[in-house]
Ligand binder design. Structure first.
Ligand code: HEC
Length: 129
């Protein structure tokens, strides 16, 4: 009887103990937020350039290239993500690749290049954020 109670107690402690540990592990993985915060930073820079009507080709291209590299980190930063999420990430990568290839040198071409990029961000956020 005593052994059975101890086993039961062990199980209860085990279950109660697991949840906070999992939460703590989750909270300790800063990658998803870090990747998205950095992505948001570059997007914000580009939107600022548009707003200020200062879309210098070299500066814009550097931001776009950073975003392209960061986008390739999304699958690793969100381990275990479902396939539709990965599809959204792939869509963002290809939108950024097109934007880099378009190499905008003025604000109208930057705005055009950013449109599918922004749509790819929104599509994923609508479903998963
Ligand atoms: C494949 C899916 C996906 C794509 C594509 C995506 N995001 Fe996110 N984003 C997320 C998820 C999921 C979160 C919530 C992350 C969290 O709270 O841990 C998020 C959160 C964010 C945040 C808030 C971060 C915070 O502080 O909580 C910003 C900013 C952001 N994304 C910017 C962007 C930008 C800009 C793009 C496009 C260039 C983009 N994201 C594309 C999935 C995506």
């Amino acid at each position: 009887m005593r052994a059975a109670l101890l086993i039961l107690l062990g199980l209860v402690i085990g279950v109660i103990g697991t949840v906070p540990v999992m939460n703590a592990l989750d909270a300790r993985n800063p990658m998803p937020k870090a990747v998205m915060t950095t992505m948001g930073f570059h997007m914000h820079q580009l939107q600022g350039a548009l707003k200020a009507q200062r879309c210098e080709g070299a500066v814009v291209q550097e931001q776009l290239q950073h975003m392209q590299v960061i986008a390739s980190d999304i699958p690793n930063a969100f381990p275990g993500a479902p396939q539709p999420f990965l599809d959204h990430a792939a869509k963002l990568r290809s939108a950024l690749q097109s934007a880099v290839q378009a190499a905008p040198t003025d604000c109208p071409s930057l705005a055009a290049a950013l449109k599918p990029v922004g749509a790819a961000c929104q599509d994923c956020h609508r479903e998963y954020r």
